[in-house]
Design a protein. Structure first.
Length: 169
């Protein structure tokens, strides 16, 4: 089921998500919904808080569904390694219409559980490293604007407030 995606301003997006206990059928359905919602958007990553569920789960698929092996599901992910730095433009499904250049690690390694409860490790450079950090941030209640310097952040937040006042957010 495609679920509505929360946008900047919703407090759930700014709260750290709760760890997943056991992987119940409800959790599996949640993951299915996250994947469907991500593909429909379309986007390359989605974290559970973005659809209003405070759970430490994210999905990433750089192929947006074109490559069946490209889908990454991470439950209760933890950092293993992060190194280097890259500066590229990025966006977020919770901030439609906005982009910014955000510093991210050049290489990132994350370990967590897959949807069957098996431990797995994902290593990425470039766009995947960026996506891993972006989604890990969501689980800690942080959006890409929170990684920007004051003036750049304020500019986006002001524009969002203006859109919200006009009923367009
Ligand atoms: Ni995002």
């Amino acid at each position: 089921m495609i679920r509505p995606i929360l946008r900047l301003g919703d407090t759930l997006l700014q709260s750290p998500a709760e760890p997943v206990g056991t992987i119940t059928p409800d959790i599996e359905r949640l993951i299915d919904d996250m994947v469907e919602t991500m593909y429909a958007a379309p986007g390359i990553g989605l974290a559970a808080p973005q659809i209003g569920v405070s759970k430490r789960i994210f999905v990433i698929d750089l192929s947006v569904g074109r490559d069946l092996k490209a889908l990454i599901t991470m439950i209760n992910p933890e950092w293993v390694e992060r190194e280097g730095m890259q500066l590229e433009e990025e966006g977020c499904l919770s901030l439609p219409g906005f982009n910014a250049t955000v510093p991210r690690p050049a290489r990132a390694v994350v370990r967590g559980l897959d949807r069957h409860g098996e431990e797995h490790t994902v290593e990425g450079t470039g766009l995947l490293a960026r996506a891993l950090q972006h989604e890990m941030d969501h689980l800690d209640g942080r959006l890409f604007v929170d990684r920007l310097r004051g003036i750049k952040r304020d500019l986006i937040v002001r524009k969002v407030r203006k859109l919200a006042r006009a009923g367009k957010w």
